[in-house]
Design a protein around this ligand. Structure first.
Ligand SMILES: [Zn+2]
Length: 293
């Protein structure tokens, strides 16, 4: 189970639970006075206390491994090696792999980020947030909350400019943002999104030379333009496909339209059979497919 959607997490826990039940059952057999069992095992060789302790230790160990794997995914954000140093706008999945990644740019931002986090939590959805360093510095509480609620942080430069960058200037944009993210959350991220989707102003060149993965999108919700929230919703639904990366915004301006249509977008996509994953999880799925083919 290389990546964990909530379904897979439940499955993982179910496996642990089943293993424990099995261990418990054996413990009962060992110590429970079924004389036929004692013909197979020496019931004195292993006490109930030892087995219970072992089972507890096994559970704690496995639960600890799962928790650690989850923690690593949040705090050391990376993607399979084939996606590092590349610019990606979507991934190829099988038609029945209805996984989609929601992404939010330009935050964190007061109110809107909180509102979006509330919706994501209410619908058990995890997303990827491409934060602007300056905004992360200004709103560290929102930044921390993004991580605390299990979402992925990604670098969207320090101040979101579109001009040409020398290597040195690009390095400053990346490093200052990485530093403020790390300072407030302890997260290190190898995901980057170029502001405005500009691919030739030096930032993507720097990203790809420094083992970042530059993440574009397969569908723009259009939420920074002057369209209605129902048009934003329609754009998102039109872009739904296995492996899609949807662009939305939680900061950089008034994004209340985005926040207000999000619950409906999630409900409608779920109704159509989609499950939501983070960008690294989406890449993990694609990598598994290619290793199987
Ligand atoms: Zn942006």
């Amino acid at each position: 189970m290389a990546y964990l959607t909530s379904k897979n997490r439940s499955f993982g826990l179910a496996v642990v639970g089943a293993a424990l039940l099995g261990t418990g059952f054996l413990a009962w057999q060992f110590t429970g006075g079924r004389t036929s069992v004692s013909q197979w095992f020496n019931p004195n060789a292993i006490s109930r206390k030892t087995l219970t302790t072992e089972a507890e230790a096994a559970f704690a160990h496995t639960a600890g491994l799962i928790a650690e794997a989850e923690r690593q995914k949040l705090y050391n954000v990376t993607v399979p090696p084939q996606f590092l140093g590349k610019t990606i706008k979507d991934v190829k999945l099988k038609p029945d792999q209805k996984y989609i990644a929601l992404t939010f740019d330009d935050g964190p931002w007061p109110k809107v980020t909180n509102n979006i986090l509330y919706t994501l939590k209410a619908h058990d959805v995890r997303a990827t947030f491409f934060v602007v360093g300056l905004h992360a510095q200004a709103y560290p509480e929102q930044l921390k909350q993004i991580v605390a609620e299990g979402h992925i942080l990604a670098n969207h430069t320090w101040n979101h400019r579109y001009h040409n960058f020398s290597t040195q200037q690009a390095a400053v944009q990346f490093k200052k943002t990485a530093d403020v993210i790390y300072k407030h959350t302890g997260v290190k991220t190898s995901l980057f999104r170029p502001p405005g989707g500009h691919l030739r102003n030096g930032l993507v060149k720097y990203a790809n030379a420094n083992k970042y993965s530059s993440i574009m999108w397969s569908q723009d919700s259009g939420d920074t333009t002057n369209i209605s929230s129902s048009s934003i919703l329609a754009n998102i639904l039109a872009g739904a496909k296995p492996g899609a990366i949807i662009l939305m915004h939680d900061g950089g301006g008034d994004r209340l339209k985005t926040a207000s249509m999000l619950p409906q977008a999630i409900k409608e996509l779920k109704k159509r059979g989609y499950q939501f994953v983070t960008v690294p999880e989406l890449f993990e799925l694609a990598a598994q497919n290619s290793s199987q083919s």
